[in-house]
Design a protein around this ligand. Structure first.
Ligand code: GLC
Length: 450
């Protein structure tokens, strides 16, 4: 049953009806600011009792990408709402909150409303990316000038000195959408990818603000991050064979193995890797996370952090392991999931993260918005169509937050989860756009020439 995943769609679901349902639900998720302006979407309209009734910064990425061209006023109000709530505290100066709730006049800077005092680094990075896309879409440089201070203070956080000479951003657990322990501390891939994109957009914005010197600094940082990602996170069978004998316990300037990684163990842990390649989930001294994390891999591929051939290799891996990675409701957030003693130690036996549940290997339809364009760019249209078809068969009427491998809504998953809805709409739109003819694809990097 689990392996019921032929790559042939079994007949079109009623896409038109689904689209209309999704758009109506997305509209229902919009909330208004103090001035009565629409300013963002709540995380879920199926749960008005918990912190899911808030406007979460990261949960608004897919909706804002969806509205970017046609509803610039909404995107602008969302960005302004974030800027009004940007931290002015000495320790967190420039930080963009994890979320807010206009109805309750509430700003959640440190995840204090969520379970456990988590904070978020990704909000500030997504803010710069969305702001860049909005300015590029509207070409409203006057508006950008007015908000210059907010861009500069957010950027100040990214470029401030820290206890680390590497261009990569070190972070504890739980600072991105994976906001429970998952063994991702160190230099998590997701953060490096978002940092690269945020720096690219910052460089573009700084040039528009007539600050070419700082823009050059941002571009240089972005390039350095890209090169570290490609050198130390990438795994494929050839590279693993080549690094077979990389010496360990070395020191000094010419050390060929600066993280002291044991490639023998890495090869064992990735014995399932037969086709293609991928970027590892995190890196730290003596450790490389060898799980495949779908979202940051797709983001890295669609934004050109890895070469076109590596982007294609990521798709080959997904195709090769389709029953595990796509399941019956695309896509597995990570694979393989942590089990046994690794689950006990790295996740402290978190009941919310049992194997196959929530961030420990459940299937999240919101990832579709990054997966579909990546598959299309890599020339894997049938894989993208098949994934969307699977999702289309099961999403309505629940539009769940996450699913199990067989496509049943996940344990304690929210219903009418906004990013699942917007993720479907974006993926559907990307599939409908003809390459080079229809303008609108999901795009995360600046265009040339403005
Ligand atoms: C959960 C998820 C997080 C998401 C939030 C709102 O906390 O782990 O990624 O942003 O819900 O949907």
């Amino acid at each position: 049953m689990d392996r019921d995943l032929s790559l042939q769609p079994r007949g079109p679901a009623n896409r038109e009806r689904l689209r209309a349902e999704a758009v109506a639900l997305l509209m229902r998720a919009i909330v208004h600011d103090e001035r009565g302006e629409p300013c963002g979407t709540v995380a879920s309209t199926g749960d008005l009792e918990s912190h899911y009734r808030n406007v979460w910064t990261r949960d608004n990425v897919a909706p804002m990408l969806y509205f970017m061209e046609d509803e610039p006023r909404l995107v602008r109000s969302f960005l302004e709402a974030l800027m009004r709530r940007q931290s002015v505290d000495r320790r967190t100066l420039g930080l963009i909150p994890i979320g807010f709730s206009p109805q309750f006049n509430h700003t959640d800077l440190g995840g204090e409303e969520a379970i456990g005092a988590i904070y978020s680094i990704d909000s500030t990075l997504w803010f710069l990316i969305l702001l860049g896309l909005h300015v590029e879409t509207t070409r409203d440089l006057e508006w950008l000038q007015t908000h210059r201070r907010h861009v500069k203070t957010a950027l100040g956080l990214l470029l401030s000195p820290r206890f680390d000479p590497l261009p990569l951003l070190a972070a504890p657990e739980s600072v991105t959408e994976i906001d429970r322990p998952a063994g991702l501390h160190g230099y998590p891939l997701q953060l490096q990818v978002l940092l690269f994109l945020a720096l690219r957009w910052s460089a573009r914005l700084l040039r528009a603000l007539d600050e070419p010197d700082q823009a050059t600094v941002c571009d240089a940082e972005a390039e350095a991050i890209q090169s570290w990602i490609n050198r130390w996170y990438w795994l494929d069978p050839d590279l693993l064979a080549e690094r077979g004998d990389l010496p360990m316990e070395q020191y000094g300037a010419g050390n060929p193995n600066p993280f002291n990684l044991d490639y023998g163990r890495i090869r064992q842990a990735t014995s399932w890797l037969k086709e293609g390649g991928f970027l590892a989930g995190t890196l730290r001294a003596r450790h490389l996370d060898t799980r495949f994390w779908a979202f940051p891999n797709c983001l890295a591929a669609m934004s050109g952090i890895v070469s076109a051939s590596r982007a294609t290799a990521i798709m080959y891996l997904i195709r090769d392991r389709a029953p595990d990675l796509l399941g019956q409701m695309p896509l597995a957030v990570c694979w393989p999931e942590l089990r046994g003693s690794r689950y006990q130690i790295l996740m402290d036996s978190d009941p919310r993260g049992r194997p196959g549940v929530f961030h420990n290997g459940a299937y999240w339809p919101n990832i579709l918005w990054a997966f579909v364009p990546t598959a299309l760019l890599a020339g894997q249209r049938d894989l993208a169509e098949n994934a969307l078809e699977l999702a289309a068969r099961r999403l309505s009427p629940e539009w769940g937050e996450y699913y199990d491998r067989r496509g049943r809504i996940g344990k304690a998953a929210r219903r009418h989860q906004t990013w699942s809805i917007a993720g479907f709409l974006l993926a559907d739109r990307a599939l409908g756009a003809r390459p080079g003819i229809d303008g609108w694809q999901v795009r995360l990097t600046p265009r040339e020439g403005w």
